[in-house]
Design a protein around this ligand. Structure first.
Ligand SMILES: [Zn+2]
Length: 135
């Protein structure tokens, strides 16, 4: 039993599991925001243009059954908004990461240019290996 607990502790405290848990929690909270946005902002706006209420867009069938197209449209709008926002977040993150990489490269150059012959020489060199000038 102790071995089982140790294994579980190791699994639960691994960085990627914690990251995943945080991701799931943030994702769920984010989903709530998107749902609230669709229900309170997007749907009324669509209602102004066309159907009076998107969620009330129902096709009645026999035996009291009905097709709730409004709910489907709302779900699709939710999905598209979520995908759009996630796409923008990932794009921004990629950009931020590439900026970090560029700065790293600029911060640690390994070569410099000889002012006399324009050759690439080692950053620590005091004499150019190409034209033997002092640099
Ligand atoms: Zn040189």
């Amino acid at each position: 039993m102790k071995k089982f607990l140790d294994e579980f502790k190791e699994f639960a405290l691994k960085g990627n599991v914690m990251d995943m848990a945080i991701g799931v929690i943030i994702g769920a909270a984010f989903g709530n925001i998107i749902t609230a946005l669709t229900e309170n902002v997007i749907n009324p706006l669509i209602g102004c243009i066309g159907n009076p209420e998107v969620t009330g867009f129902v096709i009645p069938l026999i035996k009291g059954q009905e097709i709730n197209l409004g709910a489907l449209i709302t779900a699709i709008i939710n999905f598209l908004l979520m995908a759009l926002v996630l796409f923008m977040v990932i794009k921004a993150m990629n950009k931020a990461m590439s900026i970090g990489k560029k700065k790293e490269e600029e911060a640690a150059p390994t070569t410099k240019k000889c002012p006399y012959c324009q050759s690439e020489i080692d950053i620590k060199a005091t004499k150019c290996p190409h034209c033997t000038s002092e640099v």
